[in-house]
Design a protein around this ligand. Sequence first.
Ligand SMILES: [Mn+2]
Length: 507
Amino acid sequence: MYTLKCISRLPLNILTFQPIAKCSSKGIQNATLQYRQSVQNVMQGVAYGQPTPWTHSHLIKDGEVVPGIDVNEFQARRNKLMEKISRVNKSCFKISAHVVIIPSASKVYMSDKIPYVFRQNTDFLYLTGCQEPNSILLMTAINDNYTSTLFMQPKNPQIELWEGPRTGVTAALPFFQVDQVFPVSEFHSILQSFLNAHKNSIVWYDGANILQAEVHQNLQQLIKTLNKQEFNNPKSFLHELRVIKSKAEQNLMRRSCEIASAAISETIRKSKIGMTEHELFATVDYESRMRGAEFLAYPPVVAGGKNANVIHYIANNQFVCDKEMVLMDAGCEYHGYTSDITRTWPINGTFTPNQRILYEIILDIQKTLINKLKEMPSLDIIYHDMCRLLGKRLQEECIISKNLNTAQLLEAAHHCCPHHVSHYLGMDVHDTMNISLYNPVLPGMIITVEPGIYLNSNNKFVPSEFHGLGIRLEDNILIHEHTPEILTESCPKEVMEIEILAQQNQT
Ligand SMILES: [Mn+2]
């Protein structure tokens, strides 16, 4: 059992850094029972740096480290990562010791003492559930023995008076159920001891992504003294784990998608001629938070009229006039899991004939692509299908010339929709970017399907009467063996549904 006394004994082990516990799955189960009891008995009086079951029972259940995710799941994730890393390199290099370093994010300030909203480094959060800045996770593998060590900012009444409680070193051990916890000030010497004891070990650290400047500098110094050229990046292994969502993650994603679907529906219902993009932004933000989302997952695109031709339009400061459409790309973050939806609707509640022709083309293409997911294609195949279908449908409606050959038609389609049609979705909006778009989709993956059309005044392929129109439809899909599950199904997109909804608040 992990108790306070256990920590005070630990320094005896530091220098050789022998693993003090091996995380077998049976060990995890036994430890979990003890963990829950010990955490409850010992730690209820401690102020934590994040919600706990006994301080925020409306958010987080007994046995969970963050809302919806059990402490076992975090242990299993760490073990799986270390298994992957040791297995691959055992066969390649015959090296038996590995050390993986994952820093947390640090606070970022917009001006003097005014922080941006803190967002934890996703990989660190995925492996620990720890929400605190300036912490570090260090994992080691010696043969088949794995250890996880957290380095936490120590308790400090003076700082905590201003910034709120820190979990601290003592409470972190039973709460996060890692093997060891030390103050962050000891990170460097403990790492050094490990590397001295295991001279041929491989150091895994994402040197391209500087999260804590001081830690990064120290690590670079260290790698030089070890005569190693560079770090090995653990990101691809982590993304291989993260791209497949567990049942707990699927449930959180379902809820994130439900919230954003309801918030966007409600925004369409409240919209009317003469509203500003800013007011529509405020509405979707409000409706998301009121349903339990922490915040919007990204600055939303709220584009009236021809502003929709700018793919990443986020100025959101213009009026939306009669006969214009609104393109809204918005999603929320719910307990660390994001949704990413786009809907386009006529601000006055009725599509013009040209708007409707284009809308129906995009809707049809989107449904075809979603249906195709049954065949478990790669996202790249879905993209090429979109380009092909877009060109074909625009020709059928006599919007693009029928005289174009196949290559010219694809070029025209690419001109009308210059972005990809899909990305992985999860804790990050553009999730697991190290996973190739050429891989076939697998059960447990969550992806977006988002065909669009943007006809700016430079577009020579289409008649000028279509210029200024911009439409995108985006849904979030959980891949299953036979039938894809549309997590954003409750957000309307049929022409009739959209028109009825958008007509409700017109005066
Ligand atoms: Mn998207």
